[in-house]
Design a protein around this ligand. Structure first.
Ligand SMILES: Nc1ncnc2c1ncn2[C@@H]1O[C@H](COP(=O)(O)OP(=O)(O)OP(=O)(O)O)[C@@H](O)[C@H]1O
Ligand SMILES: [Mg+2]
Length: 414
């Protein structure tokens, strides 16, 4: 045994791999790969690819050529995983596709594949692409917010469900939902509750923007197949924010609100309540088939409004609609955003007149926090981080404090 012997580094490392169900279906690809790389390439099946990409041998790879045909379209999830694993190691992915629908191609390209060449390969195309790739620097490895590891556990935390619904557009529902979640998650140094924020404004939800989190395909998959959901898949659709709270953003593409049923919503809420002490839901401002599901499961349903005719009329309409359906209208707690200051006496009497005319009580008044509020959201941070002394932040922190002792028993059982 020699201690000074040096192991020669591999003289002909593997520079690329084809990834396909059966490479023999893509003979022209074999010919091109040999022409470009000689012996310095290998072939992987879909299942081996992930394993290989995790090994040190994969370090020398410049690209993978994923060759697919129409049979492989049912495996899109696995393909996306392979593409992401390659991306995480700065390896390019080139799609070689025969008879694949534009929808599938679009999905693969949008979610990380770098290039696409149709099969049969046009002469010289792959060679040109590889030359171009070699002359441009490798893509930056993407940093993705970590997902959340949840395990099935028999015991539920029976989380408190808080919903936030804007009675008209732009009245601060999302700002309240995001900041309330953050304040609850930071309400104690060593014994903070576990908090989960769900963006159910599935079309235009802006939680992802306000917290600078990417919208992920996993959310779409979760909410469109809730029957197959378990704790693990729920956790994988969530993202961790600053190590303090978990967030389910809206999905990447706009989906019809009625794609979701009340049962879907109930399942998601139940799973969330099982794992978290507080579940905060940002609702769409339209009433939808599943609004009732959230309303009846909620412990507190916060309705944001402003002191204007539009909010007043919408408040009246919603109140009537809920009463007509015999829904638990009394759960609504009205939040007046951009409320007049205490010193503004005429403002105060306007608030009182508004509440009297609607026969409601307005329990929570939130002040205008000025531009720092919008700036904080634009930077993807809650006020607690971007402007801790902001008056709006202080009021939301007080509201969070008051919600720490909500009776946790199931509202539906009441
Ligand atoms: N109290 C406040 N002080 C200052 N700015 C505020 C306040 N509340 C909300 N904003 C700002 O108003 C804008 C709209 O707020 P937000 O997105 O929270 O409303 P929304 O009700 O969720 O709107 P949408 O109907 O689009 O869902 C944002 O730019 C936000 O930063
Ligand atoms: Mg909103």
């Amino acid at each position: 045994m020699t201690s000074s012997a040096t192991i020669p580094s591999n003289p002909s490392p593997i520079l690329a791999c084809t990834v396909c169900r059966d490479v023999q279906n893509f003979e022209l690809l074999i010919v091109d790969m040999e022409g470009i790389l000689g012996e310095q390439w290998g072939d992987l099946g879909f299942d081996d690819a992930l394993q290989f990409l995790a090994q040190p041998d994969a370090e020398t790879l410049e690209f993978i050529a994923i060759a697919i045909d129409d049979y492989d379209e049912e495996n899109l999830d696995l393909l996306l995983e392979i593409i992401n694993a390659a991306k995480a190691r700065n390896i390019h992915s080139i799609l070689i596709a025969e008879d694949v629908t534009p929808a599938s191609l679009h999905k693969l390209l949008r979610n990380g594949a770098d290039e696409f060449i149709p099969y049969p390969l046009p002469e010289g195309e792959l060679k040109e692409l590889v030359a171009k790739m070699r002359s441009t620097p490798a893509p930056e490895a993407v940093t993705v917010a970590p997902t959340v590891a949840l395990q099935n556990s028999a015991q539920s935390r029976d989380g408190v469900l808080l919903a936030v619904h804007g009675l008209s557009g732009g009245t601060g529902a999302t700002t309240l939902a995001v900041n309330l979640a953050w304040e609850l998650a930071n309400s104690s140094k060593d014994n903070a509750p576990r908090v989960c924020l769900l963006d159910f404004d599935v079309q235009f939800g802006s939680v992802s923007t306000y917290l600078d989190l990417p919208r992920r395909e996993a959310v779409f998959e979760l909410i469109t197949d809730t029957e197959g959901m378990d704790s693990e898949s729920f956790g994988q659709a969530l993202q961790e924010y600053e190590g303090k709270m978990s967030v389910l953003t809206a999905p990447p593409d706009i989906i019809p609100l009625d794609l979701l049923s009340s049962e879907d919503i109930e399942r998601i809420l139940e799973t969330a309540r099982q794992h978290y002490d507080y579940v905060i839901v940002d609702m769409p401002k339209t009433l939808v088939v599943w609004t009732e599901a959230v309303l009846s499961a909620a412990h507190v349903y916060l309705a944001t409004m402003e002191i204007d005719m539009r909010s007043a009329q919408n408040a009246m309409r919603i109140k009537r609609a809920l009463q007509a359906e015999d829904l638990p209208f009394e759960k609504l707690r009205y939040v007046l955003n951009r409320a007049p200051k205490f010193t503004d006496l005429t403002g105060k009497s306007r608030v009182k007149r508004l509440a009297d005319s609607l026969s409601i009580s307005i329990d929570v008044l939130l002040p205008d926090g000025g531009r720092p509020v919008m700036n904080g959201s634009d930077h993807g941070q809650p006020l607690g981080l971007s402007a801790p002394k902001n008056p709006l932040r202080k009021e939301i922190a007080k509201l969070a404090e008051s919600l720490l002792d909500v009776d946790q028993s199931d509202p539906k059982a009441a």
